[in-house]
Ligand binder design. Sequence first.
Ligand code: TMP
Length: 213
Amino acid sequence: MRGKFITFEGPEGCGKTTQSKLVMEWLKSKGQDVIWTREPGGTRIGDAIRALVLDPEYGEMVDLTEILLLSASRAQHVKEKIVPALEAGKTVLCDRFVDATLAYQGRGRGMDWQLLGTLNEIATEGLMPDITMLIDISPEIGLKRAMEVDKAEAAAGEADRFEAAGGDFHRSVRDGYLYLAEHFPERIKVVKSRATVDETQEEIRRILSDVLF
Ligand code: TMP
């Protein structure tokens, strides 16, 4: 049987990486065959694209270059990793996918929604998540958190190209995500980022249990 495809989305610093990895541990403990992956990235080529797209050194990158790179990473990821895993019956947990494009490039950068939809369709060959967990957080708190994580991970603690995009950009991204959730309530489930990691995780497991078991 084809595996389930679950994506995690949300504004910067919402905790989706921590939460999706906890979901992986939970599903593994239930005996499921599960992989965790992310975008941009997830493959050797995708990781090289990720480094390029996030690098604040490339401040001159125009919006079209950005979306074509992100789409290239996605095409490689879907073909090389996601579809083969799903066909092998694995559950695939993916940290960001097509909704990020509509929120960041659509709402954040102001690119044409229809063009982005077409690029998503081409890159994914029509593959959509079975369910998407949207972890919602106010952009102010989220960005602060993301910068703290950066500081802990790299001595420099420098903002990546998206983190550096400013408050208005990130408020638009969040609005974009909430707009998507409103329009696709069957697929996209909104979870408020709670005071603790455990509380948020509990809510995510409750929602996923309905879909998976
Ligand atoms: P993250 O892994 O920390 O979420 O970083 C990935 C960054 O890439 C994040 O700032 C959002 C951005 N991004 C887009 O702008 N569009 C996309 O389609 C994807 C997948 C990510």
